[in-house]
Design a protein around this ligand. Structure first.
Ligand code: ADP
Ligand code: MG
Length: 145
């Protein structure tokens, strides 16, 4: 199933993330794709809030994964944009996170397609300038679910 949401402010995008965080169950996996400045971090901060994580979410760009354990369930926040070899994922033991006890969210997950769980949800955030500067289309597709 594919669901399309439209938001018109950062607050609305954050709220959608918050809903996902609130509803998350252990083992949930999301990928997140969208150009620079589209709202991936805004959305991710919402997820963290929904999981009742108190710390500030920062980009995991230089570490591949950032782990937050202060919330209702663990939050594994990946950014695989700069991965050059899939072996880097093995080195960090990604399976413990993808098939674990928390919510895993993988920014640019399409780059590691071959190791993504068959059951997951893919999220794409896009702008459409014709609909306004703050407009975002957020598509959530269920894969294998
Ligand atoms: P990314 O992590 O994808 O690079 P950020 O979340 O860091 O992007 O930044 C998104 C920027 O877009 C923020 O400055 C935010 O205020 C702005 N923005 C405007 N409208 C929206 C919207 N509807 N949803 C999310 N962010 C929006
Ligand atoms: Mg970001």
């Amino acid at each position: 199933m594919k669901t399309i949401y439209e938001t018109f402010s950062p607050e609305e995008t954050k709220r959608l993330g918050r809903q996902i965080g609130k509803a998350a169950e252990p083992g949930d996996v999301y990928t997140l794709i969208g150009d620079l400045g589209v709202g991936k971090t805004v959305f991710t901060k919402g997820i963290a809030e929904g999981l009742s994580i108190e710390e500030d979410i920062c980009s995991p760009t230089f570490t591949i994964v950032q782990i937050y354990e202060s919330g209702r369930i663990p939050f594994y926040h990946f950014d695989v944009y700069r991965i050059s070899d899939i072996a880097e994922m093995d080195e960090i033991g990604y399976e413990d996170y993808f098939y674990g006890d928390g919510l895993a969210m993988i920014e640019w997950g399409n780059l590691i397609e071959e190791i993504l769980p068959v059951k997951r949800r893919d999220i794409t955030i896009e702008k459409d300038i014709e609909k306004g500067f703050d407009y975002r289309r957020i598509t959530i597709s269920e894969v294998g679910i």
